[in-house]
Each structure stands twice: as C-alpha cells, then as structure tokens.
Design a protein around this ligand. Structure first.
Ligand SMILES: [Zn+2]
Ligand SMILES: [Zn+2]
Length: 155
C-alpha cells in the first residue's frame, strides 16, 4: 500500500485511459492521477486538490474537478459515495469492496478472491446489473486500537 507507484506505470495507464476518450495527455492530468495512485485512501476532491497543489501551486480547484471527471470517464478511477461526507475517489482498479469506518469515516479497500469473490445475485426478471458493490460498515484497525488502548490493558 505504501509502495510508490512508478511514474511509467502512471503514464501508461493514463495514456490508455485517455486514448478511449480522445482527450490529450496533460501535465495536470498526469499530476492529479499520480496523486491519486500514490495514496489510495479514497480522498475527496478537496483532499486531492490540497495534495496535488503542494507540488503544482498553479493548480485550481476547477481543474481538479474537471480532471477527476475526466479520469472517471476514462475508467481510471471511480467515485465512492459516502453518506456522511463528500464523494471520494478510488484509484484501485482491481475488483474490491469498500469498508466504511464508523469512527473516523475512513474508506478502506476490501479485496475479493477472484475465484470466489463474485457474489451470486438472484435478480428479479427485467433487471440488468451494470456493476455491483457490497458495502461494509464497522470500525477500522486504527480506531479499534484507539478504543481498546484507551482504557483497559488486556492480557
Ligand atoms: Zn477503493
Ligand atoms: Zn477508523
């Protein structure tokens, strides 16, 4: 998770994605996509802006919004809606589910076994699934540690 994504990989992915839409490769698009790939903690648009701006001060919020839109259209990232906050962005293209922490509002990736990870749906007639998502809610390890460490010391 903490390992750095090589810039060649960023460029390759971005070029592939943009090719589908006919949009140009730009320094801003590259920088914002790279920002999303380097820290995959499902940031909001505002958080992407703050992180990306640190290294590209001329970046505007409007550019960030437009670029996030473009990246979603290219299929390079996906939107994660969070009922307790702004839309977040996920750059993990592997099939996975999301775990929402009740304590810190963090969003975490839960990988699925490619063999058995696909849930079986018994859909009523007439429904077509374009994509599916399972949502987990609970407490993340960090928040659990805080809770457990605060009072009791267990043996
Ligand atoms: Zn995710
Ligand atoms: Zn948490």
């Amino acid at each position: 998770m903490a390992k750095k994504v090589p810039i060649d990989f960023v460029d390759e992915r971005l070029n592939q994605g943009l090719a589908k839409t006919g949009l140009r490769f730009t320094a801003q698009r590259r920088h914002i996509y790279n920002t999303l790939l380097q820290k995959r903690d499902h940031p909001s648009a505002e958080e992407v802006f703050m992180r990306a701006k640190a290294e590209m001060p001329e970046l505007s919020m409007a550019t960030v919004y437009n670029t996030l839109d473009t990246l979603v259209k290219c299929g390079l990232i996906r939107q994660v809606t969070h009922d307790r906050g702004p839309t977040r962005y996920c750059s993990n293209l592997q099939k996975h589910h999301h775990f929402y922490c009740n304590e810190c509002n963090g969003v975490f990736d839960i990988d699925v076994d490619p063999e058995t990870g696909e849930p079986e749906f018994h859909m009523p007639p007439g429904f077509t699934i374009s994509h599916w998502e399972i949502l987990f809610r609970g407490v993340c390890p960090e928040c659990n540690a805080k809770k457990n460490g605060a009072g009791s010391s267990r043996s």
